[in-house]
Design a protein around this ligand. Structure first.
Ligand SMILES: [Zn+2]
Length: 542
């Protein structure tokens, strides 16, 4: 018996060859959810040169590997690094440097914040704010610029709604940009009262001011990107899909990654513009360790909150109004053909049922049937049930934002009515159709926290845990699917699945330590879940 025992021990010893292998980092005493096909769980893993070399039981890994560093996870859960499938990484960073109007409860409070900011920053010419939402006010009417003109007769002011699709500007701002009150802007709306603009702009009328936002100099953009990265690492994000960047911003990100300053992975969607497309037609896609550029971001319509989403039937709360189509079908078709010809993925913002139908039709015309080009519909928010099967028919990936469901829930039905609301924010229906959904936040429209995405997807509750029982819970995702949506499915949606998205041998060691097992939480315990550490390529970045 004793003899057998020592033979057995010897066998184990030989098999593990005590510290026979080198590693840079060993993570152990963990519940590692690999998110591989079966979501195999492990206790420990060894990392070398930024990649996972082995996963296994605690003793096996600790015995086999001599490593410079050990990270004791204290029995906590480890997941692949979170990926935000649709956000505005640079825009969020720049916003951090703007007047913060989120959480204001009246137009009065917005004005107070602008006045205070203006007084504190006398050197700034333009006053740019972002984040107001009239749905949070007791007076839910859209604001105008009457008071703004009195307060700032000469200094230009631009205040964007939380979704970026509407803004109020004062007279001084309109004059500087040369916005003609008589002109009409295609795909945009300049609201007028008795023929005079009120300063309220929608969609492409806001875009007229893009040059002002883009005026941020390189130093400001660098500061913004580093600020955004810091905050993303703190919530467990190791990769972001930025839904719309121009050539200059992409080149800046590339430069900062080469300098070693930006370590977060960036899947950069190129903003649909003639200059950007001409540039990438010439140089082709970019595939680097931390940067991938092989997709074009297109806008089909506006947002539901500002009634810019393009609907088949009129808005339930605005007679005869269908929303805005931001470009012609010919244009969408032309971009689709460009994408197919140049090896780029096409990712189109579609909120309303009509916008979704229009673009699924354009995709179908160009793609012809099933394929592995992974074109995406961003948001896929309001869909006619009859159009949903088109995702499977043309292999289109729905890229959705669970926090939109819980943020819009309180007012979305006013816009859509009792019938259409049933097929809005229907993430589980989409998952069943396509097999995968890519999950994101659209930050800064929403907060950046992937754990809130998880709660909104699984429990359909907002940051306050509301509504009780969840918003239309029949379209909740399972905890495992939500985590897949935040990791491996996002990797697939951005062609990164060979490198990241799951913890498997050979893949990059992008991972996050969370203080509880998200596959076992209930709403109460999920609310206080926290990210404890974040690693990119095996390097601890938070
Ligand atoms: Zn977006």
């Amino acid at each position: 018996m004793r003899l057998f025992h020592s033979y057995a021990l010897l066998a184990v010893f030989l098999a593990s060859c005590y510290h026979s292998q080198e590693a840079d980092l060993v993570i152990h005493n963990a519940i590692i959810h690999s998110m591989d096909e079966q979501n195999t769980t492990y206790q420990a893993m060894a990392i070398r040169d930024g990649r996972i070399v082995e996963l296994g039981p605690e003793r096996q890994i600790l015995n086999r590997y001599a490593s410079e560093r050990r990270y004791d996870a204290g029995g906590q859960a480890v997941f692949p690094g979170f990926i935000d499938g649709h956000c505005h990484f640079l825009g969020y960073g720049l916003n951090q440097l703007k007047i913060d109007l989120q959480g204001t409860r009246s137009w009065e409070e917005v004005l107070e914040r602008v006045v205070a900011f203006g007084a504190a920053h006398p050197q700034k010419n333009w006053l740019i704010g972002r984040g107001w939402d009239q749905n949070d006010w007791s007076m839910k009417d859209f604001p105008d610029n009457d008071r703004l003109n009195d307060l700032f007769p000469d200094r230009p002011v631009l205040l964007q709604r939380v979704d970026g699709h509407a803004a109020v500007v004062n007279h001084a701002a309109m004059e500087i940009v040369g916005l003609d009150p008589e002109a009409s802007v295609e795909g945009g709306l300049m609201v007028k009262r008795e023929g005079v603009p009120t300063g309220l702009l929608m969609d492409n009328a806001v875009t007229v001011f893009r040059s002002i936002f883009d005026q941020a100099d390189e130093a400001t953009k660098r500061e913004a990107l580093l600020e955004a990265q810091r905050n993303c690492f703190a919530v467990g994000l190791t990769m972001v899909c930025d839904a719309g960047l121009d050539v200059g911003s992409i080149e800046l990100i590339q430069a900062m990654q080469k300098e070693g300053l930006l370590k977060i992975r960036v899947y950069a969607m190129v903003t649909d513009s003639p200059e950007n497309l001409a540039h990438f037609a010439k140089i082709g896609p970019i595939e680097e360790e931390r940067l991938s550029v092989r997709s074009v971001k297109v806008y089909a319509d506006g947002a539901l909150g500002s009634r810019g989403a393009l609907l088949k039937a009129p808005y339930s709360d605005q007679k005869d109004h269908h929303g805005l189509q931001l470009a012609s079908r010919e244009h969408f078709l032309e971009v689709a053909q460009w994408c197919k010809g140049n090896g780029f993925q096409m990712n189109t913002h579609c909120i309303g049922d009509s916008a979704n139908a229009l673009l699924l039709g354009v995709y179908g015309e160009v793609l012809g049937g099933q394929n592995d080009l992974r074109w995406r519909i961003e948001h896929a928010q309001v869909l006619s049930p009859a159009d949903r099967p088109l995702f499977a028919q043309y292999s289109v990936v729905p890229s959705v934002q669970p926090t939109h469901a819980t943020s819009d829930g309180p007012w979305a039905e006013e816009r859509l009515g009792p019938d259409r609301i049933g097929s809005a924010y229907a993430y589980e229906d989409l998952r069943k159709t396509m097999g995968i959904v890519a999950l994101g936040t659209d930050f800064p429209v929403e907060g950046i926290d992937p754990l809130q995405t998880f709660r909104s997807a699984v429990f359909r509750t907002d940051g306050q845990g509301l509504p009780e029982g969840g918003y239309r819970p029949e379209n909740a995702l399972s905890a495992l699917d939500a985590l897949r949506g935040m990791t491996i499915w996002n990797a697939i949606a951005s062609f990164y699945e060979k490198e990241v998205g799951s913890l498997e041998v050979g893949k990059r060691a992008d991972l996050v330590v969370v203080d509880r097992d998200l596959l076992k939480v209930v709403p109460e315990t999920a609310r206080s879940a926290k990210v404890k550490a974040t690693f990119v390529n095996g390097e601890q970045v938070y």
